[in-house]
Write a protein that binds this ligand. Structure first.
Ligand SMILES: [Zn+2]
Length: 273
């Protein structure tokens, strides 16, 4: 891919969170009722907990993120949409790496606060203006949060899946973001966070082949494919500018359609009307 990504970068403001709210979809009902038990009532919420910091380095950033209601806004959107059997915690944590986790024993999502710096460095290589970098960091952050939300939902709702869990929750994050207005820009930022220079991609460590995730470059292509497949006219530039290959692009509308039908079916019993 001959990519000067700055040229592709489209301006997007932080997500209109309300637009990301999902509600029950008729077509999935039959499968969902057979596959997933309908909970009696909404007993849980996504609950934002205080940041866990090991040093003073991120005190100010944590304060700022709390004032800007980063996690709180995501939790609100999820709580508007989902019927949950138990609470699921969400918090920032200082973890010493650029990562995020879902911890089943604590039913808690931890987003490493270091992610903001790590992603900023990644995107600075692609984007020119501070505003573009900021938007990409925000978008990629949202993708990561929804990926971890996917792990949490698979756990507490006992959502059936086959294949890798990591692919399953990537697909949940992509679908949820793409289905909401403007959220596809976050899916694009998420995709870009996995993009690997072809020379480096050729030098994949054996441990990555053995790992539970698809290879980063595969995650990049799959996410880009889902955005393109959700609206091939709106995202024609992803194909024109060679973010995708012609061969894969042909399959993308069907891939997105199938994914969307599947997630509505799997979550139907847990989506509020
Ligand atoms: Zn994961």
């Amino acid at each position: 891919m001959s990519m000067s990504i700055g040229a592709h970068a489209r301006r997007f403001t932080l997500i209109a969170f309300a637009a990301l709210t999902l509600s029950a979809c008729e077509e999935g009902t039959a499968l969902a009722e057979s596959a997933v038990a309908r909970p009696a009532q909404d007993r849980g919420d996504f609950v934002v907990r205080p940041a866990v910091l090991e040093t003073d380095e991120y005190t100010e950033l944590a304060q700022q993120l709390s004032e800007e209601r980063w996690l709180e806004d995501v939790a609100d959107v999820l709580n508007e949409s989902l019927i949950l059997p138990v609470d699921i915690g969400m918090r920032f944590a200082e973890c010493g790496e650029n990562n995020a986790y879902y911890i089943p024993d604590d039913r808690e999502i931890q987003i490493c606060i270091e992610m903001f710096e790590g992603e900023r460095e990644n995107f600075a290589a692609y984007y020119e203006t501070e505003e573009e970098i900021e938007d990409a960091v925000n978008g990629s952050f949202l993708f990561t949060v929804f990926h971890e939300v996917g792990h949490a939902l698979v756990d507490v709702l006992e959502i059936p899946f086959t294949g890798r869990e990591e692919d399953t929750v990537d697909s949940l994050a992509a679908w949820w973001l793409i289905d909401g207005d403007e959220g596809e820009q976050s899916a694009i930022a998420g995709a870009l966070s996995f993009y690997t220079d072809p020379e480096e991609a050729a030098d994949v460590d054996e441990s990555e082949f053995a790992g539970e995730h698809s290879l980063s470059q595969q995650r990049y292509y799959t996410l880009t494919c889902l955005v393109y497949g959700s609206d091939t006219e709106k995202y024609a530039n992803l194909l024109e500018d060679e973010w995708l290959t012609e061969d894969r692009a042909e399959q993308c509308p069907a891939e997105f359609e199938r994914l969307s039908t599947s997630w509505y079916a799997l979550l139907d019993a847990h989506l509020k009307e």
